[in-house]
Design a protein around this ligand. Structure first.
Ligand code: MN3
Length: 216
């Protein structure tokens, strides 16, 4: 996946219909080909006019965000954030996760158990956080100061700008679920737990624990 200007919308790592019946084909198609595409187009158009952003990775743009000139802060937050957040979200899911997609015994699973007590308790707290986002945004599992935490962000804001390292996220904008789940965000969150890629989350967690390897 290219991570510098000009950004290109690479294909999903699975088919549009691969997450059925949990997330429907039409939603995935529109979400990737229309919504993410729009952020990519707008980000490229912005960087075209603002050469200082050329050559920066998404992660760099988001990390240096507080020090960007004022005129760039809102468009970078919205568009670099929009590209980063969607790529992160899409690559955090996979098809055929098996019945109930239970936690495998990996490093992240052990850390979650230690932090939240149990898989069930982690899911419950994560679900409540995702439900608590008013309007559009995301819920995240992040590593912050070496500790796992659940957080949320509004719109296309990202915890990367706050120095946190994302491990897992759910997009709770209505475009992520409205065609199938209508306004019932809770049902979408429950379905999403069936398609989270635990191996990908574990890889992110392990990389985050190694200093400097996550820096883009
Ligand atoms: Mn979205």
């Amino acid at each position: 996946m290219n991570n510098r200007y000009p950004f290109v919308n690479g294909p999903l790592p699975y088919g549009y219909d691969a997450l059925e019946p949990f997330i429907d084909e039409k939603t995935m198609q529109l979400h990737h080909d229309r919504h993410l595409q729009k952020y990519i187009d707008d980000l490229n158009a912005l960087i075209e006019k603002e050469p200082m952003l050329k050559g920066m990775t998404l992660e760099t743009m988001l990390r240096v965000w507080p020090r960007l000139p004022a005129r760039l802060r809102i468009p970078v937050r919205n568009n670099a954030g929009g590209v980063y957040n969607h790529r992160f979200f899409f690559s955090g899911m996979k098809p055929d996760c098996g019945e109930d997609n239970g936690m495998s015994d990996n490093r992240l699973a052990r850390a979650l158990k230690k932090q939240f007590g149990s898989e069930k308790e982690f899911r419950e707290q994560f679900k409540q956080a995702a439900l608590s986002v008013f309007g559009s945004g995301y819920a995240w599992l992040v590593l912050e100061n070496g500790r796992l935490a659940i957080t949320t962000s509004a719109n296309q804001n990202t915890p990367v700008t706050l120095g946190m390292i994302p491990i897992l996220s759910i997009d709770v904008w209505e475009h992520a679920y409205y065609l199938k789940h209508y306004n019932v965000r809770a049902a979408y969150i429950d379905d999403w737990f069936s398609v989270i890629d635990r191996d990908a989350a574990d890889r992110r967690f392990c990389a985050a624990l190694r200093p400097n390897t996550h820096r883009g």
